[in-house]
Design a protein around this ligand. Sequence first.
Ligand code: CP3
Length: 354
Amino acid sequence: MQPLVNDRYLRALLRQPVDETPVWMMRQAGRYLPEYRDVRTQAGDFMSLCRNPELACEVTLQPLRRYALDAAILFSDILTIPDAMGLGLTFGQGEGPRFARPVTCLRDVQQLPVPDPEDELRYVMDAVRTIRSALQGKVPLIGFAGSPWTLATYMVEGGSSKTFTRIKQMMVREPEILHALLAKLADSVCLYLNAQVAAGAQSLMIFDTWGGVLSTPAYRAFSLDYMARIVAGLTRESEGRPVPVTLFTKNGGQWLEAIADTGCDAIGLDWTVDLADARRRVGHRVALQGNMDPAMLYASASGIEQEVARILAEFGPGNGHVFNLGHGIAQDVDPAQPTHFVDAVHRLSRPYHR
Ligand code: CP3
């Protein structure tokens, strides 16, 4: 394997000195890019794109050709695991994910297999290997998975939800069923992430998009504890380098100390969190990733620049900051806009690293 040319992202996650604050964007490969829409059309649909390692590699690299990003993220989805468990995943036009066979009872949970990453999910590992070789060591490759709780919301609701009625009914009426499901998902996610590292992923991120809809005790019991179990089982070194792990709970700003207690290397923050406050609370223990509101990408170039300057000042001088959006980039963003964002982070962050 080639040596890594740009390792700012890995260094920042480990709170080591860097020359400029590294930056990447959640959902940086996606529908806001016309070249992505072309490749998706060529593939037929979203899951066919994920299952084709050459095309998945191509769309992973697309944002890196346009912007000076410091990391690549595997093109795939968090729902590959429930799909591999046999739930029948489809993405309808403009309606988000749908499962043909949602999980409703203990029998359903008991019948779910723990997928073998090099078998049912081999297409993901092939994508990791293909991307890693195509990157030629330019920037590190991020592997990822969904948190057990977030995956369970889709599996029990049968798709996206605004109210989480079914999974919350399960949580309060039959918590043992939910725990059985979460335990199986934690085992599956751990195997899946370790296989991504073996295939060449250099950093790992767990997306807990829906942990923030829980009460504090429920968050601990149904989301955080399972992420902690995963963190404890992950391969933390590969190719002679640490493999940093980032946990992102959207709307999880009030639980930063508990998230840091899992032993992760970094915490992803949405835009509602004050970075200075977060740094005071946990910055001596973990790196922080975030946290510009993705809506700022609708602003003028100077508006974006001012917001980047404000966030850099909020974090302040020193190590341990990875710049990112607080959530995924919207599909109607003008592809010219991220250039202003990415370039501003690099240019304006230099004085903070002297
Ligand atoms: O550059 C990247 O980050 C690409 C890899 C990536 C995708 N999904 C591609 C994708 C990643 C890291 C994800 C994570 C993901 N997927 C999350 C967690 C992060 C978050 O956004 O909160 C979640 C909750 C999902 C589940 C999911 N996948 C939903 C709810 C949807 C439909 C909503 C939507 O945005 O259309 C998807 C589809 C999806 N995943 C798309 C992409 C590019 C759009 C599919 C398309 O091309 O139509």
